[in-house]
Design a protein around this ligand. Structure first.
Ligand code: UTP
Length: 230
């Protein structure tokens, strides 16, 4: 059975300050359907909970970035626990976190949370790609493409359909706890070194996700090692 890695961005999991139960339920049903043919590794992000706790930690005087990251990691575990419990017998009952160790589970859906400080859940997804020998990560987010400017603050932002990791890293060179970016730069550097690709797709666009998994044309951005035209 083919395996696919989905990095489920935390931005998709919330509607305002409350978990987006409609989306989580729709996603779970969609993932169950897909998992009949494709085994899924789903890495769950921390979203709003991670950012609220990291901001609160900073306000409380926590300066060590690793300690702020741990607050984010704990948020990913909470979110992963919620997502995992939406699957019936399809998902492995434990939340996994070490992406460098292959899970012995037989289930068709595996749920991962964050792992260690210094990166985001995108890195966990990229490391899983290496461990499970899968050449591409599906990065599910709340926008349709990678853009040349932040589309939520710039109306004239243009979509970028293909970019090399080098080009991507020149746009987002540095990681910081709770940072907002389409794909974490530590994960991007890992993908560049290990020749792993990533596709950025809107996580609510199930049709594009399905098309991508079937090797068909999809709406989204492809990031890969080779230099392409921006
Ligand atoms: P996430 O990867 O959960 O971010 O990390 P997110 O909310 O999904 O991001 P979007 O929505 O896709 O942009 C949240 C924070 O948790 C810490 C980091 O501080 C990260 O910024 N974290 C998470 C880690 O330190 N290690 C991990 O493995 C995961």
């Amino acid at each position: 059975m083919k395996t696919a890695i989905l990095s489920l961005g935390g931005s998709l999991l919330f509607s305002g300050s409350f978990p987006d139960t409609d989306f989580i339920n729709d996603f779970a049903r969609f993932a169950e359907k897909i998992s009949q043919k494709t085994r899924l590794i789903v890495v769950v992000g921390g979203g709003r909970t991670a950012r609220s706790y990291i901001t609160a930690g900073k306000k409380l005087g926590i300066k060590d970035p690793a300690q702020l990251d741990w607050l984010g990691i704990e948020a990913t575990r909470l979110n992963a626990g919620l997502v995992k419990r939406c699957f019936s017998s399809y998902a492995y009952k434990k939340t996994l976190s070490n992406p460098f160790k292959k899970a012995k589970a037989k289930e068709s859906i595996l749920i991962y949370s964050g792992y260690k400080p210094g990166f985001s859940s995108d890195y966990v997804a990229a490391a899983c790609a290496k461990t499970y020998s899968i050449g591409i990560v599906l990065n599910l987010t709340n926008v349709d493409f990678l853009y040349d400017k932040n589309p939520s603050t710039h109306q004239d932002a243009n979509p970028i359909k293909k970019a090399s990791w080098q080009e991507y890293l020149s746009m987002f060179p540095l990681f910081s706890p709770g940072m907002h970016c389409p794909f974490d730069p530590v994960a991007a550097e890992f993908c560049r070194k290990n020749s792993i690709k990533a596709a950025i797709i809107n996580g609510r666009d199930f049709r594009s996700i399905e098309a991508f998994l079937a090797g068909k044309k999809y709406k989204g951005t492809l990031l890969e090692r080779r230099v392409t035209t921006l």
